[in-house]
Design a protein. Structure first.
Length: 307
């Protein structure tokens, strides 16, 4: 099942999308008695569906879906996105040798021994076709990171690894856009990754029963040029390990998002680095889910002030 947040007559609406991604049914039309909040808010919809333990079927063709109707599937998750740093073997080595990694002392320290967890503000979330903003003064080292994101369905605290997958509702695609110069300057990752508009997400959430998250292809192109191409089989810390690690410290909630890390091929992996520039088109795709396509746009000072 594919669940999306779309604009219907100007209102955010939670909807089921066909496998072809071209038609939809509003969730409220399929589930009589659905709480009003769950008809328009994905977090509430996930909590309801996870609690019910069953998923509705897609009947008939539904209504035509214009890609322009798609919003981020979780525009307002219950809190900041949980992110994982250096979680692919090749990328961990790439990052450690880039000169931007303040978490490693050298090549011998490139592969982390425990998951590196940080937070990306939910205000950074944008839609699957939204522009990636180049903010004046924060635009010198903007980089892309295609990632598989896990969406939690059933919450819990201190979740054992063996039970973790029962807490997964589904998956979506994110681009963990990063200002590398801020990441290096401040020796932490929040400010460089938390800029408004620096987390395109979508195009929808695919429920966990439809895909094998342990063997999904993650790719990224910039202006049509292949930059990233890897399998989630190369994750250093798999999804159950991440859920166990995070939930030991804080209870996970329905609608929480865990971005599982990016593979090799980011801009800082090139010599010299290849940062994003005004007009670049970045497409991140994951097999079994779909793709998001975002254009980099420089903000004028007036637009920056208005934001």
């Amino acid at each position: 099942m594919r669940l999306a947040t779309i604009l219907v007559e100007g209102r955010p609406t939670v909807a089921l999308v066909t496998a072809q991604g071209d038609r939809f049914h509003p969730l409220a039309e399929l589930l009589p008695g659905l709480p009003e909040a769950a008809a328009s808010d994905m977090t509430a919809a996930i909590a309801h569906l996870a609690g019910a333990g069953t998923l509705p079927a897609m009947p008939g063709e539904g209504r035509p879906l214009d890609p322009a109707m798609l919003l981020a599937p979780l525009p307002k998750p219950p809190r900041n996105i949980f992110c994982v740093g250096k979680n692919y073997h090749a990328h961990a080595r790439e990052f450690a040798g880039s000169g931007y990694d303040s978490s490693a002392a050298g090549a011998a320290d490139a592969i982390p021994s425990s998951p590196i967890i940080f937070s990306k503000p939910f205000t950074s979330i944008s839609g699957p076709a939204a522009d990636i903003p180049l903010v004046p003064g924060l635009d010198a080292g903007v980089d892309y990171e295609a990632e598989l994101a896990v969406v939690i369905g059933k919450g819990g605290r201190a979740i054992a690894k063996a039970d973790a997958m029962a807490h997964v509702f589904g998956y979506t695609v994110v681009n963990d856009v990063t200002a590398r110069d801020l990441q290096q300057k401040h020796k932490q990752w929040l400010l460089g990754k938390g800029i408004d508009g620096f987390c395109p997400m979508g195009p929808w959430i695919v429920t966990a029963d439809e895909v094998d998250a342990a063997a999904m292809r993650v790719t990224c192109t910039v202006n049509g040029e292949a930059r990233q191409d890897a399998s989630t089989a190369d994750l250093i810390f798999d999804i159950p390990t991440l859920i166990e690690t995070i939930s030991l410290s804080t209870a996970l909630l329905p609608g929480d998002v865990i971005a599982t890390g990016t593979p090799e091929g980011v801009g800082i992996g090139s010599k010299p680095p290849r940062f994003l520039r005004d007009g670049d088109v970045v497409e991140c795709a994951i097999s079994g889910i779909g793709s998001i396509r975002n254009t980099v746009r420089r903000l004028a000072p007036a637009r920056q002030a208005a934001a």
